[in-house]
Ligand binder design. Structure first.
Ligand SMILES: Cc1ncc(COP(=O)(O)O)c(C=O)c1O
Length: 435
C-alpha cells in the first residue's frame, strides 16, 4: 500500500488525515487551541530556533490547519502549503515572501478586480510596483520584466471573462527571466487543472470558492512546487541573512523548503493572517466532495451556456468550453475535464437590462462569491470590478452589459426556468422603458 500512487479522489478524502493516533477519531479533530505545551525548556528553544518541527502558537501553525495544508499540497502536486485567512491574504503572503520596497511584479490584467486593486494601491504604497499585461500577449509579458521583478502572476481561468492562461508558455517566460510563475488556480480548482504540472512554481487559491464549495468559509492557501532555485541571486529575502529570523539564510537552512518556511515563519508570524482551525476543518470536509462537485458544476455550466447562447435576449456568451471562445484551444489543453462553472454573458439592453435581469431572478442568489453549490449571479462592472476605471475594466474583459454566472448544482431545468423568466422580464422592461 505504501508505494501506491493514490488517485485524486482518494487523496481528496484521505491526504493529511490518517485516523487520530490518540483517540482513533476517523475525522480530523478540530484542534481549537491557541498554543501548545512544551515538553521542556530545551524543546521550546529548539522550536523557536526552527531546529525541530512542532507547533508553538496557532498564528504560525495548527494541527487541523496543517492537515488541510497537506491535503492541498497533495492535490496540487506541490512540496507543501501554507494556509491563510483569505485568498487575498494568501497572495499577499506570496508577494511579501519574495518582494520588498523597490521591487516589481508582472501581472496578467485579466484577473479578479480585488487583486488588481491590491497590487495597484496597497502594494504600490509599500513600494512594490506592478506592470499589468494581457495574459495572451507573451511578448509584452517578457518585455515587462525588469531586473527588480520578483514574480509573474496570472489566473488559470481569469475572473470574470474566462481568459485561459497558457501556463507552459508563461512558465517558460518566467523561468527564462529567473522569476517564478505564480498562478491563482481558484476558478479551476486542482480537480480541473494543476498548474505545477505545467511549470508553475507557486499556486494560490481563494479556498472560499470551490474548495469550500458551500459558501461557509473565507480562506486562502499557497502551494509551492519546491523546484524553484531561490538561490539564483534574485531573491535576497530568501538567500541572505534574515534579521527577522535570527539572521537565518532560508535557502541554506531549509533548501527546497526555503520559500515555504519564510512564508510561514516570517510572513504568517508577522502579518497574522492565519487560517482559523474551524475553517480548515470545514475546508477538509469540502475537499472530500471536490471531484464529484466539479464534475456536476461543469455539466450544469455547459447546459446554462448552451441555453443562453440560443436566446434572442442574449448578445454574447463568453464560455471557454465553446469553440468560439478565443482561448478554447487552451481550455482543451489545460482543462480537459471542463472549463469550470463560472462564465459571463452580455444581455441585450446593456447595463440597465443587466440590472433588471439580476433583480428578476428568484433561484439564483445575487451575491459577491463564486464556486458555491448554490447558483450565483453578479454584475461585475458595478461590484467586484467597480474599483477599476473604464480603461482597466475594458482591459480586464468587463463590459457594461456583462453578467457573471457561477453555476451551482441545482436541477438544470430549474436554473433555466429562472433564467428564462428573468431574461424575458428584463429585456421587455428595458425596451418598454421611456427613452
Ligand atoms: C480569482 C480570485 N482570486 C482571489 C480572490 C480573493 O479571495 P478571498 O475573497 O478569499 O480573499 C477572489 C475573490 O473573489 C477571486 O475570485
Amino acid at each position: 500500500m505504501q508505494d501506491r500512487q493514490f488517485g485524486f479522489a482518494t487523496r481528496a478524502i484521505h491526504a493529511g488525515t490518517p485516523p487520530d493516533p490518540v483517540t482513533g477519531s476517523r475525522v480530523m479533530p478540530l484542534y481549537q487551541t491557541a498554543a501548545y505545551v512544551f515538553g521542556s525548556t530545551e524543546q521550546a528553544a529548539e522550536l523557536f530556533q526552527l531546529r525541530s518541527y512542532g507547533h508553538i502558537y496557532s498564528r504560525i501553525s495548527n494541527p487541523t490547519v496543517a492537515a488541510f495544508e497537506e491535503r492541498m499540497a497533495s492535490l496540487e502536486g506541490g512540496l507543501g502549503a501554507v494556509a491563510f485567512s483569505s485568498g487575498l491574504a494568501a497572495q499577499l503572503g506570496v508577494v511579501l515572501s519574495l518582494a520588498q520596497n523597490g521591487d516589481h511584479l508582472v501581472c496578467s490584467q485579466n484577473i479578479y478586480g480585488g487583486t488588481i486593486t491590491q497590487f495597484t494601491v496597497l502594494l504600490k504604497r509599500l513600494g512594490i510596483e506592478t506592470t499589468f499585461v494581457p495574459a495572451d500577449d507573451h511578448a509584452a509579458i517578457a518585455a515587462a520584466v525588469k531586473p527588480e521583478t520578483k514574480l509573474l502572476f496570472a489566473e488559470t481561468i481569469g475572473n470574470p471573462a474566462g481568459t485561459i492562461a497558457d501556463l507552459k508558455a508563461l512558465a517558460g517566460i518566467a523561468h527564462d527571466a529567473g522569476i517564478p510563475l505564480v498562478v491563482d488556480n481558484t476558478f479551476a480548482s486542482p480537480y480541473l487543472c494543476r498548474p505545477i504540472e505545467y511549470g508553475a512554481d507557486i499556486v494560490t487559491h481563494s479556498a472560499t470558492k470551490f474548495i469550500s464549495g458551500h459558501g461557509t468559509v473565507i480562506g486562502g492557501v499557497v502551494v509551492e512546487s519546491g523546484r524553484f532555485p531561490w538561490d539564483n541571486g534574485r531573491f535576497p529575502l530568501l538567500s541572505e541573512a534574515s534579521p527577522g529570523y535570527h539572521n537565518k539564510v532560508f535557502t541554506e537552512t531549509f533548501g527546497e523548503y526555503a520559500f515555504l518556511m519564510r512564508a510561514r515563519a516570517e510572513i504568517l508570524r508577522d502579518v497574522g493572517a492565519q487560517m482559523a482551525p474551524m475553517d480548515a476543518w470545514l475546508l477538509l470536509l469540502g475537499l472530500e466532495t471536490l471531484p464529484i462537485r466539479m464534475e456536476a458544476h461543469v455539466r450544469n455550466a455547459r447546459a446554462m451556456a448552451e441555453f443562453l447562447d440560443k436566446r434572442p435576449e442574449v448578445e454574447w456568451v463568453s464560455y471557454p468550453g465553446f469553440a468560439s471562445h478565443p482561448q478554447h484551444k487552451l481550455a482543451e489543453k489545460y482543462l480537459p475535464r471542463g472549463a469550470g462553472s463560472i462564465f459571463t454573458f452580455g444581455i441585450r439592453g446593456g447595463r440597465e437590462a443587466a440590472r433588471r435581469f439580476i433583480d428578476a431572478l428568484e433561484l439564483w442568489s445575487h451575491l459577491a462569491n463564486v464556486g458555491d453549490m448554490k447558483s450565483l449571479v453578479i454584475h461585475p462592472a458595478s461590484t467586484t470590478h467597480s474599483q477599476l476605471d473604464g480603461d482597466e475594466l475594458r482591459k480586464s474583459g468587463v463590459a457594461p452589459e456583462s453578467i457573471r454566472l457561477s453555476v451551482g448544482l441545482e436541477d438544470a431545468d430549474d436554473l433555466m426556468w429562472d433564467l428564462d423568466n428573468a431574461l424575458k422580464a428584463a429585456v421587455r422592461a428595458t425596451e418598454n422603458a421611456p427613452a
